[in-house]
Write a protein that binds this ligand. Structure first.
Ligand code: GAR
Length: 191
């Protein structure tokens, strides 16, 4: 049975797009159905991409809202979709226990660094400024902390010779786009 998933985004949506393409005709075909793309920002570019693929979209603007109030609204919005998994793809808002406890071990995130070494935003900037020769993309379950949940899988990115932040990001995203769907395929037990 296909897993019913929602993808959460806040902006560009390039990881979301890679997952959509894999669900349409790649490794996630016959494996999951993307029943919703959700954003906490109404101007997120990825929403238009999802719409063009014929996927239902929804938005609750989070700005100015108390974390728990937003999360309660979101739980209510998602309830009819009967989701098996929630896939965070550049979703830049911390989810409170109100939300996380509704979907225990059902929320998955991609983080562009080793979560044991760096948590939070701008992980590529951190790797670039430290002059790291490699970084580790991490896919993990979301728990009640910030980037603290159980690691599912990690993939190294070679950063040797990457002499700008743009180059670091480019190399990292190229890995993210392949790696995320591969890990989701395992988590959804498609094989
Ligand atoms: C990606 O690099 C993703 O790993 C990162 O935001 C970017 C979103 O790009 N996520 C985090 O930093 C989460 N802490 P995208 O919208 O093009 O997928």
């Amino acid at each position: 049975m296909k897993k019913r998933i929602a993808i959460f985004i806040s902006g560009r949506g390039s990881n979301m797009e890679a997952i959509i393409e894999n669900a349409e005709s790649g490794r996630l075909k016959d494996c999951c159905e993307i029943v919703l793309v959700f954003s906490n920002k109404k101007d997120a570019r990825g929403l238009e991409i999802a719409r063009q693929h014929g996927i239902e979209i929804a938005c609750i603007e989070s700005r100015g809202k108390k974390r728990e109030d937003f999360d309660r609204e979101l739980v209510k919005l998602l309830q009819p979709y009967q989701l098996d998994y929630i896939v965070l793809a550049g979703f830049m808002r911390i989810l409170s226990p109100v939300f996380v406890r509704t979907y225990p071990n059902r929320i998955i995130n991609i983080h562009p660094a080793d979560t044991a070494e760096f948590q939070g935003v701008e992980a590529y900037k951190w790797a670039f400024e430290k002059g790291m020769s490699e970084t580790k993309i991490t896919v993990h379950f979301v728990d009640e902390g910030v980037d603290t949940g159980p690691v599912i899988a990690q993939q190294k990115v070679d950063l040797t010779g990457a002499n700008s932040l743009e180059e670091v990001e480019k190399r990292g995203l190229k890995v993210e786009h392949k790696f995320y769907s591969k890990v989701l395929e395992d988590v959804f037990k498609c094989k």
